[in-house]
Write a protein that binds this ligand. Structure first.
Ligand SMILES: [Zn+2]
Ligand SMILES: [Zn+2]
Length: 395
């Protein structure tokens, strides 16, 4: 009888833990795999522990060597695999490599050999995969360390502490949502802007504090789904609704009039392009070879409020002009003087979602992170992943 109780007890415990696992809390992942130096084709680099010590392993998990602080390792892609050279040994490895930190705090330098890039510093582990023509470097990094690096890469130094909290919450939401969609295979995120810029570790105290104080905080829509937390540098006074720029219309990404960013560095810009280059762009891209009357209509273009296209029919999108001429935004007007177009523009970036410079100004004026996020994303709220039950997180 007593024995039966124990069996039942074990059974119920197993049942309970499995239910708890299925319907329990959603936790923050501990690490994220971020591909680094993804903008350049890397075939050779050096690795140096800057703190802690590292173990080099092959893909079977065999230890190949140990590296102490400041001991340099060179790694080179070769048609047969990867060549590794250190102080007094050179060897060849088939398959991938991992460099695993062994102390409490481990971070390292990476210096690409063939590019003009100088070294960068990263936290935690480095994984190296031989690709067809390049080495794929993946930083397996603690989630908080990754977020701190993103916040610094995306928004720089000396920002208001409340702004850093806003930026951290957006970075966390964006990273979780983006890696859920699996835009890359073999790693979670790259280090380019479409996955959020990540150029290395941050040890800036205000950023570390923002990451610590917002642990698990994300932005959710009214159905408790993570939002697409897009942001840009400066909206020029008016943000763009998502449906005006991208295929998806998202109810929280609406047009917002923004009085906060108008005095910021990204608010205004000037550019000049040759009139002929606009005409040949219109011809190449849209097959428009304007007769003199229409050319006259192209003498001047003005946007007191944001428009989507150059023409009234909506054919020539401002987005295509921005991309072709690498302009800072689509929020521009121009006048023709002689053979040139003198462009005066407003804002910097795609204009959808949160305006970073407006948010910085709001933080300085005393608005809270909830108020700032609620201003740029409509109908959302900040929730904590650690307190939202799993069944309410349909992802
Ligand atoms: Zn990416
Ligand atoms: Zn703005």
């Amino acid at each position: 009888m007593k024995h039966n109780f124990i069996v039942w007890g074990i059974f119920l415990f197993v049942l309970w833990t499995s239910i708890f696992r299925a319907h329990g809390q959603m936790h923050m992942p501990e690490t994220i795999d971020a591909r680094i130096f993804s903008g350049i084709s890397l075939t050779s680099f050096s690795f140096t522990p800057a703190s802690g010590s590292y173990v080099l392993r092959d893909e079977k998990g065999q230890t190949l060597m140990r590296l102490e602080k400041f001991q340099q390792l060179s790694v080179q892609l070769n048609p047969r695999g990867i060549y590794v050279s250190a102080k007094d040994s050179i060897f060849f490895v088939e398959g991938s490599l991992s460099l695993e930190g062994k102390r409490l705090e481990n971070f390292f330098f990476v210096r690409p050999h063939q590019s003009a890039e100088s070294y960068r510093v990263y936290d935690d582990f480095l994984l190296v995969y031989p690709g067809e023509e390049e080495l794929i470097l993946v930083n397996r990094v603690g989630y908080d360390n990754y977020l701190a690096g993103v916040v610094e890469s995306e928004s720089g130094f000396n920002r208001h502490p409340e702004f850093y909290k806003v930026q951290t919450i957006l970075a966390r939401t964006y990273a979780l949502e983006n890696s859920r969609r699996q835009v890359h295979s073999g790693y979670d995120v790259c280090d380019q802007v479409h996955c959020q810029a990540y150029y290395g570790r941050s040890r800036y105290p205000a950023i570390m504090q923002a990451v610590f104080h917002t642990y698990g905080d994300v932005v959710a829509d009214p159905h408790n789904r993570l939002i697409s937390a897009v942001y840009h540098a400066n909206c020029g006074g008016e943000t763009v609704a998502s449906g005006d720029l991208w295929p998806n219309h998202l109810p929280y990404l609406q047009r917002v009039e923004d009085p906060y960013c108008l005095e910021s560095p990204g608010a205004r810009w000037e550019a000049t392009i040759a009139k002929d280059s606009l005409l040949s762009f219109l011809n190449d891209q849209y097959g428009i070879n304007p007769p003199p009357a229409q050319t006259k209509a192209l003498q001047r273009f003005s946007q007191p409020a944001r428009l989507l296209s150059l023409d009234q029919e909506g054919l020539i999108t401002l987005r295509s002009i921005r991309e072709h001429f690498r302009l800072r935004s689509t929020f521009f007007s121009y006048e023709t003087r002689n053979d040139s177009l003198h462009i005066s523009g407003r804002g910097y970036g795609h204009g959808v979602g949160l305006c970073q410079e407006g948010a910085m100004q709001m933080a300085m004026q005393g608005y809270s992170k909830d108020q700032i996020i609620g201003f740029y994303y409509k109908g959302v709220r900040i929730i904590n992943l650690e307190v939202i039950p799993f069944e309410f997180m349909p992802w």
